[in-house]
Design a protein around this ligand. Structure first.
Ligand SMILES: [Cu+2]
Length: 122
């Protein structure tokens, strides 16, 4: 090997090592689980959602009719769910139990019944 090809070879090895490090890093970062939820007068589907304590999730809300809200005071999270848009809410449950969520934007008679529950287990 001449000088130039030696240099090229060492650059190649460096890039390869760098790439392997990046791959290892992204594999260890915990992937957030995506949960799709639809909102419509006057329910969420699904309305009971099983979660694991410490496991990050992304809730992806879409509305099938009009503007709704999502609020879960126990985890301090909320969102507007507007038709034609996806509302994303990221969180990691840090406690176990049953935690209610509800619609916090008045959407008609029946609005008070628009609710669901997170069931968080160890
Ligand atoms: Cu509502």
């Amino acid at each position: 090997m001449n000088m130039k090809s030696k240099q090229r070879a060492s650059i190649f090895v460096l890039l390869l090592a760098f790439g392997l490090c990046l791959a290892a890093l992204s594999a260890t970062a915990q992937e957030a689980k995506i949960i799709k939820i639809t909102a419509q007068r006057f329910k969420y589907t699904p309305d009971e959602i099983a979660l694991k304590k410490g496991e990050p999730v992304v809730l992806e809300f879409t509305s099938l009719d009009r503007l709704h809200g999502f609020s879960c005071p126990d985890f301090g999270i909320r969102a507007d769910i507007a038709p034609g848009k996806t509302a994303k809410v990221s969180f990691t449950p840090d406690k176990t139990g049953r935690f209610l969520f509800h619609c916090d934007i008045f959407c008609g008679s029946g609005h008070e019944d628009m609710a669901g529950v997170f069931v968080v287990k160890e």
